[in-house]
Design a protein around this ligand. Sequence first.
Ligand SMILES: C[S@@+](CC[C@H](N)C(=O)[O-])C[C@H]1O[C@@H](n2cnc3c(N)ncnc32)[C@H](O)[C@@H]1O
Length: 211
Amino acid sequence: MRIQNEKTAVSYMIKLFQQIEEMRPTWDGWAPIEKCLSMAALVVAIRPKLVLEVGVFGGASFLPMAMAQKHNGIGQAVAVDPWSSAASIEGYDPVNAHFWGTINHDAVYKKFMDKVVETGTQNIVKVHRVKSDNFYPPDNLDIASLDGQHTDQAIRDVNRYASKIRVGGYCILDDLNWTGGFVLQSEARLRELGFVHLYPLGTGAVYQRIR
Ligand SMILES: C[S@@+](CC[C@H](N)C(=O)[O-])C[C@H]1O[C@@H](n2cnc3c(N)ncnc32)[C@H](O)[C@@H]1O
């Protein structure tokens, strides 16, 4: 009987990763499949009550975490993003400002909301369509992925959001080498807050709070 149950648990887990792999091409965003699977695996492993992402876009890095929470049968996933051209160009150089200024943020938001329904995570996901400065992060976050505006905003996001991650919890940063050096400065701040680097992930890395 025990072997039967173990087989069922394994097949559900394999199914989760297969679903993420199949759906990834339909999500707008930048997270490569390895990052999607790695973030889902982290959620499966630690069974978090509360995960949050700043800078969601089409959900490429957010949806895998929410799907893994659905698989776990526990937890909430909070999405914070204004989905607004004005916010996305704030503080950016002309090339990035042009890129972000031409994106139809309403369409990306609408498609993301459709994907929440398609992944069956609508009871898990709470969406806040606001700039990160205008959202008050809850205490005791288990995982926060900070991938919003890569200006001095990145440092503010670490100050306001990473400080709410419980000791033992995880913070994921992206685009560490983004032009301007603000994301690297935010990483330095993360270390001051008591986080250590665990492993690289795509163009970013995963950190754990040890104090
Ligand atoms: C690099 S994209 C996120 C990519 C996504 N995490 C992925 O892996 O595909 C940056 C996102 O930050 C959002 N953003 C811009 N300004 C923001 C702000 N002040 N607060 C929160 N999010 C912001 C943009 O709307 C955009 O969706």
